[in-house]
Write a protein that binds this ligand. Structure first.
Ligand code: MOS
Length: 752
């Protein structure tokens, strides 16, 4: 009997060996004969026009083939609409080397192409540019005056719904808390730089290895802009070294590499530098005003949340920011106001749990403040205001095991041993603080196709154009297939990350496991049906006349459930049926089950996060010592890869709480700390013991397999649990993240 590998087993990654041995190739590792290297030249000004660009010295460098600028670039699409990708917000997408205009600092203004990377990089340093600079604003504070809500909304953006009279209720509430809360710009900072290797095939077609979360999104984008048919563009992204949303939209590296390949009819690779990784998408800076009112027992009477997030001057990037608190808590009066404010940077973009990671986190800090104002335990306050329904839409959830998550997390953490008062727990010179927060994210489902193909050697191949962005998709898809067909994992090949495979959306929003999983499940189920048909057609009827209900697939064989001694290997079955292979293609779409489309329900994941910090009373140094997170996210396909997803999200939440912040120099309009040395992401030494609990949450409605998705929930609320723990330790309420020493010691040289 082989080890159980189907849904629910904690299998190791099937792509793990390829990754740790270096066999797994990333976008910049693919190569071609006579590959050329492109190096991007970035603008020195934030806004204006290029007056003169002298490339004489660059062209004289041995090995340089071409310097591409707006002056000599080949023809590209003219309509702004041609540059829209599947997930573009409303506006006019940025077009590199289109004309002499500069829209943001470090915008690409030239691509130097040479036989070697070194020659291209050196030549790029010799490009001499003169500009006509114009006025700009990159101060988010100054942009507040221009905040607005565009008429045309981004697809997927969910507007909030007010209820009751929050203004009046707040005025009359016996207990009131709130204030201004701030979040800085964040950059995604995946380990792998954005890169593309474009192979010029010589027959008018190109093969593109790109760092992307959506190969078919990039395929359509490049075809539209450069005048290829989609058949002529194949985009592959079999491995992605982290993205977190930064690779949802096609970025300018792949555009420039394709532009050069088309112009020179050669294969070209372009890799961004770490500095250039700070010149495109980012999580927008955010300013919130939150006010909460309650009675003396902590029952919420009023919720008000106003938020502004940054966008660019050329696109209107919006995220769902103010809805989370209004959905999560029972309260008759709730009102919000959300708008965006334009600055002269590149357009912000989705970054892990966009909108919720910020809006819910800040809201959960305000909830903690309310608990103190009511002299209630912060967990009890949350339970007092617990809502079984989605309180904003007034709809049922398909499932919501948040109560169970609070209980399981509190138990494990030992929360009930906490003393309520701030500064009441210590360990020598260190103040101890315990904080709690709630997390919430969507359980989305997107139309996705997959195919399954069984061959005479008994091997199964599963294919979909979905991407494994490091989350474990290869592994969990193999498990979904194994669950139905009873094959060992080493008999299953999973192909993902290739635009030529069955249609799939960009991999994001935590919908991958649910959506691709559903498509794979359908494909292998119909393969199972075909195998039963085939066995019933064999002359000697080895399993009698078998129905689907009587059939069992195990250990690579099809058997009769009641008498598993009569069995036939799947490869053997194909051979005896004289069938080379069986292939099935299926598409899973929302509403494919009647039940699912008829009942409108809210679909969300929830979490409860408990954090412990120790703060040096003299120095203000915060040490994070413990985190327990309990997650309610439906059915877990693989507890091991699922746990890794949550760990990654929590680590990013730790970064948000204590480290991460991109700083803008508003005089130059440029992000200043554009390197790992100066943009601090948590290092191993910053990460404490993290315990992940999955609470049982059976949900037959949310998606066909009951799977909700896990990529993002781990970050939501984590920073609030830490901020609340710091308050508990020190009595200091910091409403601006990250919580650095200077903020903790603001009016006092020590905490004592
Ligand atoms: Mo996610 S921010 O949709 O990659």
């Amino acid at each position: 009997m082989s080890e159980r590998v189907g849904i629910g087993s904690a299998t190791s990654r099937i792509d793990g060996i390829a990754k740790v041995t270096g066999r797994a190739c990333y976008a910049a590792e693919h190569t071609a004969d006579d590959l050329l290297h492109g190096v991007i030249v970035s603008s020195a000004i934030a806004k204006g026009r290029i007056r003169r660009l002298d490339d004489k010295a660059a062209r004289a460098v041995p090995g340089v083939i071409e310097v591409i600028t707006h002056r000599n670039r080949p023809h590209i699409a003219w309509f702004s609409k041609s540059y829209h990708d599947d997930v573009a917000p409303p506006g006019s997408p940025f077009r590199a080397l289109y004309d002499d205009r500069v829209h943001f600092s470090a915008q690409p203004i030239a691509l130097v192409v040479a036989k070697t990377f070194e020659a291209a990089r050196y030549a790029a340093s010799l490009i001499d540019v003169q500009y006509d600079a114009s006025g700009f604003n990159t101060s988010f504070a100054a942009a507040q005056a221009d905040r607005f809500m565009p008429r045309r909304k981004r697809s997927g953006y969910i507007p909030h719904k007010n209820r009751g009279d929050a203004v009046k209720a707040l005025q009359e509430a016996p207990i009131k808390v709130g204030g201004e809360y701030h979040l800085p710009t964040h950059h995604h900072n995946p380990m792998e730089m954005h890169a593309a290797t474009v192979l010029w095939n010589g027959d008018g077609s190109i093969t593109v290895y790109d760092k992307t979360q959506g190969p078919q999104n990039v395929q359509r984008y490049l075809a539209q802009i450069f005048g290829f048919s989609t058949d002529q563009v194949r985009v592959l992204n079999p491995y992605v070294g982290g993205a977190f949303g930064s690779a949802l939209r096609p970025q300018y590296h792949v555009y420039l590499a394709t532009l050069a390949a088309k112009m020179l009819e050669r294969s070209v690779r372009v890799v961004m530098t770490r500095q250039q990784m700070f010149t495109h998408v980012h999580r927008p800076e955010a300013l919130h005003t939150i006010a909460l009112g309650s009675d003396k027992e902590g029952r919420l009477l009023a919720i008000r949340q106003q938020a502004t997030t940054a966008t660019s001057r050329f696109e209107n990037y919006m995220e769902t920011v103010v809805n989370w608190g209004m959905m999560n808590y029972a309260c008759s009066n709730a009102e919000a106001d959300y708008a965006i404010a334009p600055v002269d940077t590149y357009t912000p973009s989705d970054m892990r749990a966009p909108g919720a990671a910020t809006g819910m986190t800040l809201f959960e800090i305000a909830i903690d403040e309310l608990a103190y104002a009511c002299q209630l335990d912060p967990l009890d306050l949350r339970l007092v205001n617990y809502s079984d329904k989605d309180a904003m839409h007034d709809t049922e959830f398909t499932s919501k095991a948040l109560r169970e998550a609070y209980a399981a997390g509190a138990e494990r953490f030992g929360w009930r041993g906490r003393s309520q008062e701030a500064r009441s727990m210590r360990d020598g010179k260190e103040l101890i603080g315990w904080g709690v927060a709630t997390g919430m994210w969507d359980a989305m489902f997107s139309q996705t196709s997959a195919s399954a193909r069984l061959t005479q050697d008994g091997r199964l191949e599963i294919s979909s154009a979905s991407s494994d962005i490091g989350t474990g998709t290869y592994t969990v898809m193999a498990q979904v297939a194994a669950d139905t067909l009873g094959l060992p994992l080493d008999h299953i090949d999973v192909r993902l990350g290739d635009s030529s495979l069955p249609t799939a959306p960009v991999e994001g929003g935590s919908w991958g496991a649910a959506s691709t999983g559903a498509a794979v499940h359908l494909a292998v189920e119909s393969l199972a049906d075909k195998l039963i048909e085939l066995v019933n057609k064999l002359d000697d009827k080895p399993l009698g006349q078998l129905t689907r209900a009587e059939a069992i697939f195990e250990n690579g064989a099809l058997a009769f459930k009641k008498n598993s001694a009569s069995r036939i290997g799947l490869g053997e079955l194909l051979k005896r049926g004289q069938v080379e292979e069986i292939r099935t293609d299926e598409t899973a779409k929302p509403g494919w089950r009647d039940l699912w489309s008829q009942i409108r329900k809210s679909r969300n994941t929830h979490s409860a996060i408990f954090a412990e910090v120790k703060v040096d009373e003299e120095l203000g140094v915060v040490r994070l010592t413990r985190i327990v997170i309990a997650v309610a996210a439906g059915r877990i396909i693989n507890p091991k890869t699922a746990r890794s997803q949550i760990l990654g999200g929590v680590v990013m939440g730790i970064g948000m709480a204590l480290h991460e912040e991109t700083l803008m120099d508003t005089r130059f309009g440029r992000f200043m700390n554009h390197s790992y040395a100066e943009y601090h992401i948590p290092a191993h030494a910053d990460i404490p013991d993290i315990e992940v609990i999955f609470v049982d949450e059976p949900d037959p409605v949310v998606t066909p397999l009951g799977v909700k998705g896990l990529g993002e929930i781990g970050i939501v609320g984590t920073a609030a649990a830490i901020a609340n723990a710091i308050h508990h330790a020190t009595g200091r309420r910091v409403r601006s993240l990250p919580i650095t020493i200077d903020k903790l010691l603001e009016d006092c040289p020590t905490l004592s």
